[in-house]
Design a protein around this ligand. Structure first.
Ligand SMILES: [Zn+2]
Length: 148
């Protein structure tokens, strides 16, 4: 049987949102569960106190297995960014700003910067976390210019 929807012609009746849901690994399960509730959490070592991203079983600094999940400030700066135009990213009407965010806690993560024109994104620009909806009723942390 053939499907009545033709993806080659474009998103004729595409439901919102179109962003692909995160791929949840066992180590990052609590990170994504928190994101679904618009909470931004990180992993902190129970022995040396350093933060780690992405979540993992063992502290890369002191090899401790004691992991603590703590709420992060959600503040950071743009360390680097790019706009992936080719191939066109699936799930986005316009190519997003893909950025490495330097979080105030000292860890970096790859995310998107929203709410600003791509040409206005600057190195070390202050950003704060917000959440964007995905398919299948999930949410992912993204960043916007800091309000204050
Ligand atoms: Zn440690």
């Amino acid at each position: 049987m053939s499907s009545p929807t033709d993806t080659a012609a474009g998103p004729a009746a595409a439901p919102k949102p179109t962003r692909i849901a995160p791929i949840v690994t066992p180590d990052a399960k609590s990170f994504w569960a928190a994101a679904d509730e618009e909470k931004f959490v990180g992993q902190k070592c129970g022995d040396c106190g350093k933060f780690t991203f992405p979540p993992r079983p063992m502290c890369p600094h002191c090899h401790s297995l004691k992991r603590e999940e703590v709420e992060l400030s959600g503040y950071g700066t743009v360390h680097s960014w790019t706009i992936p135009r080719h191939p066109h990213p699936f799930g986005f009407k316009e190519a997003p700003v893909v950025a490495v965010i330097q979080l105030d806690e000292g860890i970096r993560m790859v995310s998107n910067v929203i709410g600003v024109a791509p040409e206005d994104v600057k190195m070390d620009m202050a950003v704060e976390v917000t959440f964007d909806a995905t398919m299948n009723n999930h949410k992912v942390p993204v960043f916007r210019p800091r309000a204050k």
